[in-house]
Design a protein around this ligand. Structure first.
Ligand code: PEP
Ligand code: MN
Length: 365
């Protein structure tokens, strides 16, 4: 992608990291202005956010004020001298946002999943030099996230940023959206020039968890935050549990620890190197074991095929999970991680067996 990656120039940080703050939704002129003034008083934010068209999971919830709120957002930004950004989900939104002179746009998680809408937005932005932030899709698929950015880039948008807002998960979790940090590492690998900021509000889903998510994302090398901030969170018309006051925002940012990328100290480097060598050796052992396991899977596959037995044996699978989790617990390992690991290993076995059986069919037919 041909992008302008010097985010430090198009949106300089004013605190220890880049901070965009503002309410989930722009609810009234007074709420937007009071929130903007509170945020500006912290001196930490580089831009204001505010949702005007709200994609809600269920009908009947507050769906945003729409066009009139664009002016409230822009006026609040002008008043405190900060650029403003809002969410767009179709070409009409883009047209209205541009008319209202909104400075930056973001594409929400529910829109990133839909290439038709993303393309429509990209087409509506042809020839416009405006920064666009793309939230990760609801489900963990890096291809769609990157694809959305590529669509924007191919119509000429060069200031592109990514927002990591976590992923829907059906498993119970303290988070509203599972962070799955590994997906932004993958995005980083595929598009190293794209800045990635974290949206701790939609990951945490509740005020109490925001600080922890901020610290993790900072430790993982993210380029900043977009944090839902409201002058009176308990009265917010959307996402009340996760919005924080400007004062709370300031406290959280002040409490964050910034850690060095790496130390120059020779003893530190030598020790790290030594430990990494150990890890490399262990990883090779893990792969050797996996290789052995695959050999056995191939034999099992043979036996099943010859005896015309179904590949997937539900009872056996439940037993494996139960047994591996129990052993993991005994070893003091995280059982959820071990559960996921075995889901992957088991998927690999099933794939091998399916391929083998299909090969057999081709041979006999
Ligand atoms: C939002 O930022 O208010 C929002 C709706 O976010 P997401 O698209 O991440 O759910
Ligand atoms: Mn929200």
């Amino acid at each position: 992608m041909d992008v302008n990656h010097s985010i430090k120039e198009w949106l300089p940080a004013r605190a220890k990291t880049l901070i965009i703050a503002g309410p989930c939704s722009v609810e009234s002129e007074a709420q937007m202005l009071e929130t903007a003034e509170g945020i500006a008083a912290t001196g930490m934010a580089s831009a204001l956010r505010g949702g005007v068209w709200k994609p809600r999971t269920k009908p009947g919830s507050f769906e945003g004020i729409g066009v009139p709120a664009l002016e409230w957002l822009k006026n609040a930004g002008d008043k405190v001298n900060l650029p403003v950004m809002t969410e767009v989900a179709n070409a009409l939104h883009v047209e209205e946002a541009l008319k209202a002179d909104i400075d930056m746009l973001w594409i929400g998680a529910r829109t990133t999943v839909n290439p038709f809408y993303v393309q429509e937005i990209a087409d509506a932005l042809r020839g416009v030099d405006i920064p666009v932030w793309v939230k990760n899709p609801i489900h963990p698929e890096v291809g769609l996230w990157l694809g959305a950015m590529e669509r924007l880039n191919s119509t000429g948008i060069q200031k592109i940023g990514a927002i990591h807002r976590g992923f829907y998960s059906y498993q119970s979790s303290p988070f509203r959206n599972e962070p799955k940090w590994e997906l932004s590492f993958e995005l980083r690998r595929l598009a190293p020039d794209i800045p990635i900021i974290c949206d701790p509000s939609h990951i945490a889903g509740k005020q109490e968890l925001i600080k922890e998510v901020c610290q993790s994302s900072l430790d993982l090398g993210m380029d900043g935050f977009i944090i839902e901030t409201h002058c009176n969170p308990s009265k917010a018309l959307s996402d009340a549990r996760q919005q924080i006051t400007p004062t709370h925002l300031q406290e959280i940012v002040n409490s964050l620890e910034t850690r060095a990328d790496l130390l120059d100290d020779e003893r530190f480097i030598a020790r790290l190197e030594e430990l990494r060598n150990e890890i490399d050796k262990l990883d090779h052992r893990l792969l050797d074991v996996l290789r052995e396991r695959v050999d056995i899977v191939e034999s099992i596959s043979d036996v099943k095929t010859r005896n015309q037995v179904k590949i997937f044996q539900m009872k056996r699978w439940f037993k494996i999970l139960e047994n591996r989790e129990a052993y993991a617990r005994e070893l003091g390992l995280d059982t959820e991680i071990v559960h996921e690991l075995f889901q992957l290993i088991h998927k690999y076995s099933i794939d091998i067996q399916i391929k083998a059986q299909q090969g057999q069919k081709d041979f006999t037919s």
